[in-house]
Design a binder for this molecule. Sequence first.
Ligand SMILES: NC(=O)C1=CN([C@@H]2O[C@H](COP(=O)(O)OP(=O)(O)OC[C@H]3O[C@@H](n4cnc5c(N)ncnc54)[C@H](OP(=O)(O)O)[C@@H]3O)[C@@H](O)[C@H]2O)C=CC1
Ligand SMILES: O=C([O-])CC(=O)C(=O)O
Length: 305
Amino acid sequence: MSPTVRSSPARVLLLGFGAIGRHVATLLAPERDAGRLQLRAAERNVATHGHRTVPGVELVTTGQDTGCPTWPEALAEADLVVECAGVDAAGEHGPEVIAAGIDLVLTSVGALADPNLARTLLAGPGRLWVTNGAIGGFDALSAAADAGGLDSVRIRTTKLPTSLVRPWMAPAEVERLHELRPEDGPWSVFAGGPTEAIEQFPANVNVAVGLAWATRGRPGADVGVGGADLPEDADLLRRSLERVQVELVADAAAVRSRHEILATGPAGRIELGFESAPSPENPKTSGMTALSVTRTIREALARRG
Ligand SMILES: NC(=O)C1=CN([C@@H]2O[C@H](COP(=O)(O)OP(=O)(O)OC[C@H]3O[C@@H](n4cnc5c(N)ncnc54)[C@H](OP(=O)(O)O)[C@@H]3O)[C@@H](O)[C@H]2O)C=CC1
Ligand SMILES: O=C([O-])CC(=O)C(=O)O
């Protein structure tokens, strides 16, 4: 049977047009230039972020802006939605995307730490695509986990101290993060599970929830590309979130964000390290994330035919 050839361009809607969204828009230039993909990007305050233009990308509002398409209008015309706006935005808009039968690429993977939201996002009819984000090696990790071969899964994330400042922190903690110097060495600001970690640091430890997703273990699973398609995925993820251990470290010498993974068990010992160049738009974000998201978008569109 010959493959279906689509004559109309795929209509991709980004939710969030910050560092990752704009980097993704640039990376998708080949298919945009070839007329195979149309890109729109939603912001909640287009008037403020109107300067964030990328040629050929139309801005849409999830807020109150006038003079541009609204989120419901753009959603009704989208073939694929790509969230790159944050954990809260994923919770606010993700369920309606999935419920409308539209596939969703999730960048703020930390949203899956909320069990009710995870269940909703995995319920279909739209398909959820969980990006690898700033880390990877998920083929080996998943293979080991699917076979019940992992007992322990850890991730240690090291970032520049100022990127870890959060509004809930006590003034003394904020001051310490601002004053930390390279010669002071690393300072561990969090140790615990991914669920608590993402509540406290929603823009820094999506990778930890991504790691729990990759190692949820799907015995007898039909191994396909990144998309989720098993109803029990949410339960497997919940148990996996209890196994993963996270450490978040502030280090003024860490010019690049670093993610170190150690997974051990009967399958063996898997040690992975990731040190990505910073995002060209936002030094707090690993540039690798936009590269991963772009790959996930291409997989999702290829699956669509
Ligand atoms: N999986 C992974 O490995 C990684 C995941 N991430 C996730 O990606 C997210 C985005 O990262 P990054 O691009 O660096 O962040 P940015 O802050 O640069 O961009 C996010 C953009 O989304 C916008 N936004 C927020 N809420 C909404 C909404 N409800 N509707 C429309 N737009 C909205 C923001 O607008 P405003 O200015 O109004 O807030 C901002 O312009 C992070 O918050 C994190 O959750 C990041 C790094 C790695
Ligand atoms: O960009 C990174 O290095 C990872 C990150 O912020 C996250 O996982 O939330």
